[in-house]
Design a protein around this ligand. Structure first.
Ligand code: GAL
Length: 417
């Protein structure tokens, strides 16, 4: 399960792709947390595709970036014996639900359409359980990005930072220029998203040892103390009103030029695009300085639940639509993510999207592709939440860096049980 190597990422030709038709009509109830402007615009692409096939879309949005609230809502529905047709979910959460025996089986559509050959192994590890397809991967996001206002960057000297020291120097200049250097929302998952990048910035071996292997020496060692010190430094560039702020409002601060940069996954690009901004002109996307060549990924998947015979055809149709190459392109262009299949051309993507596709392929072939801790692809929810807790308390100044590294070891050990 921890083997996160993707299969071949080289784009091959689309010759041979045949769309399948399972349903004309019926309905799907879809639970998701895509409620920001950019997210809703992307979801609309899927909604419209299904509606064009006569399938009714019953929307069940549960706001809350990262999906924690959505997972709580899902628990209530499953406990009541009434799960939705399809649920947006991430990584180890999918495996956890599969273990409960409540998920459906997409074998029929996956076999017909040859998903095994075009969906990377790193995604299959989560989209399948016990050898069976249970979820349809929509995209691949990654968390080690920085979104910078072009105007603020130019005012700070115009040079894109390539390492930690240059990043700090850029933020200092932005501060001197009278704007909030770092737009951030104080929610545990957002703090953890920063932590993904900061830990990766201290070395891919370190990221792997800490978050994939859960090695106590890495979790509690000097490098982890340094990671926490860097988090404290980042905190010094955040404004005082950050507590509880939603991630898309932090993006808006950069879009409006009130803040210089945001460290966030590439769903942030969806907000910039929705606001009519263009990469290279209005904003700049870079990998978090020091993490070039490496990628921490998360893939949104629609996990399918066991449904009655009357709903099965529409469920299979939805899965088929999601994996169609055309949809993979048109959806991900809007969402900010990159396709979950390896054979989708990058033609329709902007420069950040093209870079995302290239980076993913390169990170995969060089062994520098890792599941995102913050977004459920490195460790199961219980351990992830234990890490969240320490990271957030430290970010809010409740514990110092040495103590935080020590607590990390204990919290992970306790969560592992
Ligand atoms: C992530 C998810 C993204 C985006 C983000 C903020 O976990 O993968 O698609 O929705 O949360 O809501």
């Amino acid at each position: 399960m921890r083997k996160l190597l993707i299969g071949t990422m080289l784009a091959s030709s689309l010759v041979g792709y045949a769309a399948t038709s399972f349903a004309a009509g019926g309905s799907v109830e879809v639970l998701h947390w895509w409620t920001s402007g950019g997210e809703a615009a992307a979801l609309d692409v899927l909604k419209k595709k299904l509606e064009s096939q006569g399938i009714t879309w019953k929307d069940m949005p549960v706001a809350g970036g990262g999906g924690e609230q959505a997972m709580t809502a899902l628990r209530a529905r499953v406990t009541a014996g009434d799960p939705p047709t399809a649920v947006q979910a991430l990584g180890f959460d999918i495996t956890d639900w599969a273990k409960q025996g409540v998920v459906g089986d997409l074998g029929e559509v996956a076999d017909k359409e040859g998903w095994d050959k075009v969906i990377p192994t790193a995604l299959q590890n989560f989209a399948k359980y016990d050898g069976k397809w249970i979820a349809a991967p929509v995209n691949v996001h990654s968390t080690n990005w920085v979104w910078i206002s072009k105007k603020a960057l130019d005012a700070a000297g115009g040079k894109e930072p390539t390492n930690w020291d240059e990043f700090v120097a850029m933020l200092d200049k932005m501060k001197a220029n009278g704007i909030t250097p770092l737009a951030h929302g104080g929610q545990a998952w957002q703090d953890a998203t920063l932590f993904d990048a900061v830990v990766l910035g201290l070395g891919t071996d370190f990221y792997k040892a800490a978050f994939i292997d859960l090695d106590p020496a890495a979790l509690g060692g000097d490098k982890m103390v340094e990671a926490f010190d860097r988090m404290k430094k980042l905190r010094s560039y955040v404004d005082d009103d950050f507590s509880g702020r939603d991630w898309n409002l932090a993006s808006a601060m950069v879009i409006q030029g009130k803040a210089g940069a945001q460290m966030m996954g590439d769903w942030a690009k969806g907000e910039f695009l929705k606001a009519g901004q263009k990469p290279g002109t209005d904003f700049v996307c870079i990998r978090f300085p020091g993490t070039q060549g490496a990628v921490t990924f998360n893939s949104d998947m629609f996990m399918m639940f066991k449904v009655g015979d009357d709903k099965k055809a529409a469920q299979l149709q939805m899965a088929s639509d999601i994996e169609s190459p055309d949809f993979q392109s048109s959806f991900n262009v809007v969402k900010g993510s990159v396709p979950a299949r390896t054979d989708v051309p990058d033609t329709a993507f902007d420069d950040c999207g093209k870079k995302g596709i290239k980076d993913l392929a390169e990170a995969n072939s060089s062994g520098k592709l890792f599941g995102s801790m913050a977004h459920g692809y490195a460790v199961p929810a219980a351990i992830k939440n234990a890490i969240y807790d320490v990271v957030t308390r430290h970010f809010n100044g409740d514990v110092d860096s040495k103590e935080a590294a020590k607590e990390l070891v204990d919290a992970v050990a306790a969560a592992k049980g």
